[in-house]
Structure formats: structure tokens, C-alpha cells
Ligand binder design. Structure first.
Ligand SMILES: *Cc1c(COP(=O)(O)O)cnc(C)c1O
Length: 417
């Protein structure tokens, strides 16, 4: 049972009533969008006090905004933690967080099964003197073998896209705790409704709000949440100036200053309002999308024109039991390979309900030919090393009526010879 169930009130109730519990403006049931960039003070000494951190308040929109802060509190309540910082995109959250925390000479261990742009970002860390070891994170042994004295953190995703490998989340959490390492978990694929990385000892949680949390494919956003489990006094890279408060605050403080403020990948207040609106139905949408995904994976696995199907909810998935133990549902992403005789683009073009598109977590079901799009840039050799075949299609399963979704795949497969 995850902490989402243990805590009262429940997960969705907490989201719905989060803004009210923080004090409501004008009786407004939704946090208003505060569009102002700057904030004025009648007494200039108050402005100075805000700048110096002696007084709470707002100064400039890149660093803080009341609408964005309301969303941050909501995200903290969803993940269970000390605090959150929102960014303009998921990549903004990952890049700003790691640039704020790592320095030349450091080493980090990352899963080799990563969102493509995260993989590309980590590939550039070498030019700043940060060495990254990419390992098969489905086994804690691979992570343990890669650790060095200068290792500062371990970064994994929960369910990897497109092949749906499930990281050895709880064992890696224990390893990080034993070694005093910061454990960073990208929870985008599962969202806090399916899984709370705090339960396996994560210190920082990344969420691409763009995907399931906002949900409707209409807004970009990202966030980092500090769970409070990591002891920042063990982290050598905290600047002297950020060590004044209790150590629990150090990490977020440095990410807020060196990441959010200095890189400026800030979330806009109108985007924050859309994310907050989407979050209200996260649990409802995910339950439905995951049920659809399970039904679709079962249909595809039994179809003669499909080779391999990758979905943690299928009993023959290598991490099926791990997913069943850790996650409320096995997610709403699956991928599959068409039989070699089936024309890939002909099949995709025959789908009528399903849209050929990138993105994940829209209410609509989206299909993308992986090797030809999101994995095109890495080239055929790297794809072969990751066992990404040309016939692989990733599906982000939406909330359509199940019969319509299954019927669409059936007609398109049956018409493909
Ligand atoms: C999409 C995604 C991101 C990046 O999010 P953006 O909002 O697109 O920048 C990061 N991690 C994972 C696992 C993702 O799926």
C-alpha cells in the first residue's frame, strides 16, 4: 500500500481542496492566475527584506508567483514531501536540478533506459566535467558496480519508454540510503497516483507535468519535489550561502537559486493553472487509461501480426512481478513490434481512432513509430544496442471507450497483410 492510501484525506480530495486549505482569494474555488511579473512594496524596506530572504513575499516572476506556488504545494501534497519547484517543462526541471547540484569532477549513475532528451542531456554532461555511467537499472547490481567515491547521485525512471523496463526501484533506494547517495526518480510514467517514489527512498522526484499530471496534452510543465528523506548535510556541493537554514532546506534552496532563478526555465502562471486543473482528474484518467492499456496489450499479444509486446501488465514481462508489487497499475504506455510482413506506415495510416503523434498522457491514444522519430537521431547502431527495431510502435493509451480502441487496432491489423 502506498502512502497515497495511508494518508487522510485521500489523494483526489487532497488535490481538490489544496488551494482552499491555503487560504482562498475572494472565495475563488480555483487559484486565480496572477499574471504580474513584478510586485511592488509601499515600504522599500519590505522589498529589501524579501530579496534577502528575511520576509516571505514576491519580487520577480521568474523566481516565484502565487499561482505557481499554489501548484507547487499541490504537487508536494500529491508526492508527499517537503516542497516542490515547478519549471516550464520536464526537461527544464531535470536540467536545472542537475546543473544546480553537480560540479566538475562529479560522477553520477543513470539508467540507460531513459527518455530520449534526458539521454541526450546527460550525454552533454561530460563537457562540464561530470561523468555519467549508463547502466541497466533493472538490476541493483549494475548500479552498485558503477559507484565510485565521487558518485553524487543515481538517476532512474520508473517505467522506461518505449520498452517499458521497470527499474529495480526499491533495491536501488536501499543502496542509495546505505551509501548516503542522492536518489533521483523520474516518476513521469507512473505519476504519483500509480507510485510514490518516496516509498522506495527517493530524495528527489521529477515529474514532467506535461504528461499525466496535466493530462490533456494542452500544456507543458515540469517539477522537482524534495521528499525530505535525503540528508543534505552529506552533499558536498551546497554553496556556503545556502547552508544557513536547516539542512532539510539546502537542496531546494540551491535548486531554486542556481536552477530556477539562474537558468530561468520558469513555469508561466496560466500554464500552472492548466496543470492544476488537469491534476484534479489524474486518478480518474489514469485508472481508465491503464485498464485500456491492459486490454490492448492482451489483444496485441494474442494477434498473429504482432511479434513482441512490451507492457509490465503482461505476465511474461521480465519485471511483471516488480510492477505488480510497486505500482497501483502497470501504466498506460506499451509498445509492440509488427510482424516483418506488415507495412509499418500502412498500418499506422489505417488507424482511425488512434492518432500518429508524439507525446504521452493525452486523453487520446497516440501511436509513434519509434526508430523513425524519437530514436532517429541516435542512429541505427545505438538503436540496435538498445534492441529498438524498425517495426517498434509506442502507444500512449488514452481514455477512449475500450471497444472503440480495441476495434481500431483489430481492423488495422486485420487489413494489414
Ligand atoms: C516527457 C518526459 C520528460 C520531459 O518532459 P517535457 O515536459 O517534454 O520537457 C522527462 N521525462 C520523461 C520520462 C518524459 O516522458
Amino acid at each position: 500500500m502506498s502512502s497515497a492510501d495511508r494518508d487522510a484525506p485521500g489523494f483526489t480530495t487532497r488535490i481538490l481542496h489544496s488551494d482552499r486549505s491555503d487560504g482562498i482569494e475572494h472565495g475563488s474555488l480555483h487559484k486565480p492566475v496572477h499574471a504580474s511579473v513584478a510586485y511592488g512594496y509601499e515600504d522599500a524596506r519590505d522589498l529589501a527584506a524579501v530579496f534577502q530572504g528575511r520576509q516571505s513575499g514576491y519580487s520577480y516572476g521568474r523566481q516565484s508567483n502565487p499561482t505557481v506556488e499554489a501548484l507547487q504545494r499541490k504537487l508536494t501534497r500529491m508526492e508527499g514531501g517537503l516542497g516542490s519547484i515547478a519549471f516550464g517543462t520536464g526537461m527544464g526541471a531535470i536540467g536545472s536540478t542537475l546543473f544546480a547540484l553537480l560540479t566538475s569532477g562529479d560522477h553520477m549513475v543513470s539508467s540507460s533506459f531513459l527518455f530520449g532528451n534526458t539521454n541526450s542531456l546527460f550525454g552533454s554532461f561530460g563537457q562540464f566535467g561530470v561523468d555519467v555511467s549508463f547502466v541497466d537499472a533493472t538490476s541493483v547490481d549494475a548500479v552498485a558496480a558503477a559507484l565510485r567515491p565521487e558518485t553524487r547521485l543515481v538517476f532512474v525512471e520508473t517505467i522506461a519508454n518505449p520498452r517499458t523496463q521497470v527499474a529495480d526501484l526499491d533495491a536501488i533506494g536501499e543502496l542509495c540510503r546505505d551509501r548516503g547517495l542522492l536518489y533521483v526518480v523520474d516518476n513521469t510514467m507512473t505519476s504519483p497516483w500509480l507510485f510514490q517514489p518516496r516509498d522506495v527512498g527517493a530524495g528527489l522526484i521529477i515529474n514532467a507535468l506535461t504528461k499525466y499530471i496535466a493530462g490533456h496534452g494542452s500544456v507543458l510543465g515540469g517539477a522537482v519535489t524534495d521528499t525530505g528523506l535525503y540528508d543534505w548535510s552529506r552533499f558536498p556541493n551546497i554553496f556556503e550561502g545556502y547552508r544557513k537554514q536547516p539542512p532539510a532546506q539546502w537542496g531546494l534552496q540551491q535548486i531554486r537559486k542556481k536552477g530556477l532563478r539562474d537558468f530561468g526555465a520558469s513555469l508561466a502562471p496560466d500554464a500552472a493553472q492548466l496543470v492544476a486543473l488537469g491534476a484534479e482528474t489524474l486518478a480518474l484518467r489514469m485508472d481508465r487509461a491503464c485498464a485500456n492499456a491492459q486490454a490492448l496489450a492482451t489483444l496485441l499479444a494474442a494477434h498473429g501480426r504482432v511479434d513482441r509486446v512490451f507492457y509490465p501488465g503482461l505476465p511474461d514481462h521480465p519485471q511483471h512481478e516488480r510492477a505488480a508489487r510497486l505500482f497501483r497499475h502497470p501504466g498506460a504506455i506499451l509498445s509492440f513490434e509488427l510482424d516483418a510482413n506488415v507495412d509499418l506506415f500502412g498500418f499506422l495510416n489505417r488507424l482511425e481512432v488512434v492518432v500518429s503523434s508524439s507525446n504521452l498522457g493525452d486523453n487520446r491514444t497516440l501511436a509513434i513509430p519509434v526508430a523513425h522519430t524519437i530514436y532517429h537521431e541516435m542512429g541505427p547502431e545505438r538503436r540496435a544496442s538498445m534492441d529498438i527495431r524498425d517495426s517498434l510502435i509506442r502507444i500512449s493509451v488514452g481514455i477512449e471507450d475500450e471497444a472503440d480502441l480495441l476495434g481500431d487496432f483489430e481492423q488495422a491489423l486485420n487489413a494489414s497483410a
